[in-house]
Design a protein around this ligand. Structure first.
Ligand SMILES: Cc1cc2nc3c(=O)[nH]c(=O)nc-3n(C[C@H](O)[C@H](O)[C@H](O)COP(=O)(O)OP(=O)(O)OC[C@H]3O[C@@H](n4cnc5c(N)ncnc54)[C@H](O)[C@@H]3O)c2cc1C
Length: 397
């Protein structure tokens, strides 16, 4: 029976829940708002299946069987590009799988603003997966659903964080399925924020500004170089804040609300068992000057022969260039190292138990003079079109 001795050793992928033959495992939120497995000791038969599929317990360094290939891509369809976080690489891969009669699993923001994995089989539904949701997603029963689809002979694309993709691979490990039909896409993942804190934040915003109409964690209205989180209320109010001033982004990037296991993540590596790894290319100017850096560019790392063949089929959807792997991965710290965690994290969660969200935000993420000055400077540079040039200078290597 799986035992979580410390929070850092569980990434919350849910492989153990999916594999349990007696359905004795349920995923429950802990006091920080993350999902962890809970075992019903009465119905558990101690078969050990849960331990065998845990990607953290069974971690093994990936030994690459294929020389990886990297590319910088930008989707030619301007609407897909606008909706996507970066260059819209994911949509092209997913569309390829749907065109083969397959299904795609990705992460959606539901109508009640929770974040979860789900499956679609139509291109028109891929829209819900576009744009990163900066909250840990609930994989639910999607691993079992993947197995069912593969057994039915369907092609399946599964996208998620590296730990979610590893959890799926271990869950499928002893099953009889055609690996050629499974297309795995993982993201470069800084860390995943707490779904419980996200719920509290949504309540706080709704109380302050009224019911929400939409949320986009990475909006490009002010340009890709100055991505902002956009919240629109039913009353027509639009809140748009960048990493320097937006409360959710500040909480996320400080490491205050990220999952404990992210601080010891074992899956940060250039070598991966997925077919594709996708991530931002905010320094597109230094990587490939032909692509419009203001619209968004995705860096794609192809890890398998199958991935390469798929890329060759879909590359017509993109403006793109192959890039040396060393250049594509240079200085991408999140790919190989865990970011720092805010040392006030424990106090933050203690306060959150007893204090109102607004007061907690004021205490830990106040709108100081520096925050307001940074925001004003960024907005001014953005309006006069100089922000992109400042970024060129800052990102020069
Ligand atoms: C929590 C998180 C942290 C990230 N950290 C970094 C980082 O540090 N550095 C970096 O360069 N890029 C990071 N990314 C990846 C980046 O934001 C884009 O996903 C990537 O650039 C691909 O963009 P795209 O335009 O090709 O895809 P899009 O069309 O935007 O597709 C987004 C893809 O991400 C998946 N996805 C969305 N939300 C989640 C989620 N919560 N959990 C798992 N999968 C999700 C969707 O299913 C889809 O497959 C992160 C993404 C997430 C969700």
């Amino acid at each position: 029976m799986i035992e979580i001795k410390k929070a850092e050793v569980c990434c919350g992928c849910g492989a153990c829940m999916n594999v349990c033959p007696t359905k004795s495992i349920t995923m429950k939120e802990d006091k920080e708002g993350f999902l962890y497995p809970h075992i019903d000791a009465v119905t558990c038969v101690d078969c050990g299946a849960c331990e065998k599929v845990c990607p953290v317990v069974n971690y093994q360094k990936v030994v690459p069987a294929f020389e990886p290939v990297a590319a910088a891509v930008q989707h030619k369809d301007r609407e897909i590009l606008r909706q996507s976080t970066s260059g819209g690489a994911f949509t092209a891969i997913a569309e390829y799988v749907i065109d083969q009669g397959g299904v795609v699993f990705g992460v959606e923001l539901t109508s009640d603003y929770s974040v979860r994995h789900c499956m679609v089989d139509k291109s028109s539904d891929l829209k819900k997966f576009r744009n990163s949701k900066y909250v840990q997603s609930d994989t639910g029963t999607t691993y079992s659903d993947v197995m069912r689809c593969l057994k039915a002979g369907k092609m399946v694309c599964y996208s998620g964080t590296p730990c979610q993709v590893e959890g799926l691979l271990l869950y499928l490990e002893n099953s009889d399925y055609d690996r050629e039909k499974l297309v795995l896409v993982d993201i470069v993942c800084r860390a995943v924020p707490s779904p419980g804190v996200w719920k509290r934040y949504v309540d706080f915003i709704e109380k302050k500004y009224g019911a929400l109409k939409s949320v986009r964690f990475r909006d490009k209205t002010l340009g890709y170089q100055y991505s902002t989180m956009e919240v629109v209320t039913d009353g027509g109010k639009t809140l748009r804040e960048g990493i320097e001033s937006g409360k959710w982004l500040r909480m996320f990037f400080s490491g205050m609300i990220t999952r404990p296991s992210c601080a010891e993540c074992k899956f940060r590596s250039i070598d991966r068992r997925s077919d594709f790894t996708i991530w931002d290319c905010l320094n597109a100017y230094h990587v490939d000057r032909k692509l419009d850096e203001t619209l968004g560019v995705t860096r794609v790392l192809i890890h398998t022969e199958k991935g390469k063949k798929i890329f060759e089929q879909i590359c017509g959807d993109f403006d793109y260039d192959y890039v040396p792997v060393e250049a594509a991965t240079k200085n991408v710290r999140e790919l190989i190292a865990s970011p720092a965690v805010d040392e006030r994290r424990t106090n933050f969660y203690s306060d959150l138990k007893v204090m109102d969200m607004g007061d907690v935000l004021k205490k830990y993420f106040p709108d100081t003079f520096m925050v307001r000055a940074k925001k004003a400077a960024r907005r001014c540079l953005n309006v006069i079109g100089l922000d992109v040039w400042v970024k060129h200078y800052l990102r020069k290597e």
